[in-house]
Design a protein around this ligand. Structure first.
Ligand SMILES: C[S@@+](CC[C@H](N)C(=O)[O-])C[C@H]1O[C@@H](n2cnc3c(N)ncnc32)[C@H](O)[C@@H]1O
Length: 249
């Protein structure tokens, strides 16, 4: 991924469709689980940094319990999130290099971490997380997949809004080379504006895939006490594995 830019249309000119492609309501359970994991920090958790906050769907739930600061590399996605979360500070920045000059009780990196496709990129994000985590605080990473559990597959979704706009998508994931650190997901978006024809867009995203030992080793290298825990979910999908880093007090 190029520095200081997001190359995918989903996060650029198509960002306005995000709330219909991935509606905030769908994040309620995951956000509640993550909020519970923040309890692994020693001391109270109030200030939370969300790196790769996207459309702010997780934040829309987490902000009811925590003070969220949202960082994303795409101004278009920050604009979407700003409409959903006008009460949260939004900052344009790269999760690999941003330095806000302050610490938080917890650092949260949800599926945006999938866009780290090399070990070097992933290492940089962990160093960023450590730099923003107070002693005794916790960093929580939630990749969609790890090497041990990745399976090629398909998914679909989408929604309509009250005005009659609608979006649907199909995603198709596979791993061209199990020997490297990334997979591909082909997306087809079908986008229907008010009363208009359906626009069909295809694009391919490259997503990182790392083994459990790599995750735990990189967290330790960054200075964290590392831990892996299995997600509990009622959704009809494979539970994710969460990687937790506790910054020693
Ligand atoms: C799947 S979306 C995240 C959705 C988010 N979980 C939510 O609650 O809406 C992925 C996001 O990662 C962001 N992203 C990708 N690479 C990034 C980077 N290096 N630094 C910060 N954000 C990044 C993209 O701009 C995009 O908004």
């Amino acid at each position: 991924m190029a520095e200081e830019t997001v190359e995918y249309r989903l996060y650029q000119d198509l960002a306005g469709w995000w709330p219909l492609i991935s509606p905030p309501e769908e994040y309620a359970e995951e956000a509640a689980f993550a909020a519970g994991v923040f309890g692994l920090a020693s001391g109270p958790v109030r200030d939370v940094l969300d790196l790769g906050s996207g459309g702010g769907c997780n934040a829309s739930h987490l902000k009811t319990r925590f003070a969220l600061t949202l960082v994303d590399l795409s101004q278009a996605m920050l604009d979407v999130s700003q409409r959903l979360n006008p009460d949260c500070p939004h900052v344009l920045g790269d999760m690999r290099t941003i330095r806000l000059g302050r610490t938080f009780d917890a650092v949260f990196v949800h599926d945006a971490v999938d866009y780290m496709t090399s070990e070097g990129d992933l290492r940089q994000v962990m160093v960023t997380a450590f730099a923003h985590c107070r002693p005794g605080g916790v960093a929580v990473f939630i990749p969609d997949h790890i090497t041990e559990t990745f399976e090629a597959g398909t998914g679909c979704g989408g929604d309509d809004d009250a005005d009659g706009r609608g979006a649907r998508f199909l995603e198709w994931s596979w791993d061209p080379d199990p020997g490297d650190t990334w997979t591909l997901t082909d997306y087809v978006y079908m986008l229907r504006d008010l009363g208009g024809p359906v626009q069909v867009v295809h694009e391919t995203h490259r997503l990182g895939l790392f083994g459990r030992d790599t995750w735990l080793g990189l967290l330790a290298d960054a200075g964290f006490e590392p831990q892996a825990i299995a997600e509990e979910t009622s959704e009809d999908r494979q539970p994710r594995e969460l990687f937790i880093g506790r910054r020693p007090a």
